[in-house]
Design a protein around this ligand. Structure first.
Ligand code: 5GP
Length: 214
């Protein structure tokens, strides 16, 4: 079967471990590559420009949107986030699955413009665990935690729009589960020797027609 690399969309509420899953998928993998989004939000401690995000001004971001450079974009928690179109094109050319760590609004746009993308929604094991994980980020103070929890309520309402929903209670199991889903989806396409098969079948059918039904 042909192994056509499909984009992978990962969406989840904050504190689900989605970004960790995305990085685990791409680290050292020849099959997966991370889509570095552009954002207007400020870098958090430890985040590198060009690796975690492309940190840009609102002006630059709006320019990219106006020039049609964004495959999708959305406002999340008051900041703009978007996937540069070239991330999808580059990965397709390289035959790699590009991993989009994006929000539900972006996922809905990808559903329209890249219907071949595999869209997976990740659930946290529990609300309490989600709060714990959000709070672990020292930069996030109580009002920010509350804001993310309110967003989570809106995002959870859209889990049904995804091809698959996985519960991240065990990171290793979740990562391999996601890998499997993407590989399966990519293989369920068409035989690699499709042209040859069709040619042979057509010849066979023509022979039967002329031998038995002429
Ligand atoms: P954070 O600021 O915590 O890194 O990300 C906030 C939310 O924005 C997360 O749900 C993240 O997945 C989402 N996000 C990151 N990049 C993009 C993007 O390119 N497009 C969209 N629509 N959402 C994004």
């Amino acid at each position: 079967m042909t192994n056509r690399a499909r984009p992978l969309v990962l969406a989840a509420p904050s504190g689900t471990g989605k970004t960790t899953i995305a990085h685990r998928l791409v680290d050292g993998s020849p099959d997966f590559v991370f889509s570095v989004s552009a954002t207007t939000r400020r870098p958090r401690p430890g985040e590198a420009d060009g690796t975690d995000y492309e940190f840009v001004t609102r002006e630059v971001f709006e320019g990219l949107v106006a020039e049609g450079e964004m495959a999708e974009w959305a406002e999340v928690h008051g900041e703009l986030y978007g996937t540069p179109r070239r991330n999808l094109e580059g990965a397709a050319e390289a035959g790699r699955h590009v991993v989009l760590d994006i929000d539900v609004q972006g996922a809905a746009q990808i559903r329209e413009s890249f219907p071949e993308a595999v869209r997976i929604f990740v659930l946290p094991p529990s609300g309490r665990e989600m709060v714990r994980r959000i709070g672990l980020r020292a930069s996030e103070q109580a009002p920010e935690v509350a804001r993310r929890l309110r967003s989570a309520l809106r995002e959870l309402a859209r889990a049904g729009e995804f091809h698959h929903v996985v519960v991240n209670d065990d990171l290793e199991a979740t990562v391999s589960g996601v890998q499997e889903l993407v590989h399966e989806a990519s293989q369920a396409q068409r035989p690699g020797d499709l042209d040859e098969r069709v040619r042979t079948l057509k010849k066979e059918i023509r022979d039967i027609l002329s031998d038995e039904f002429a």
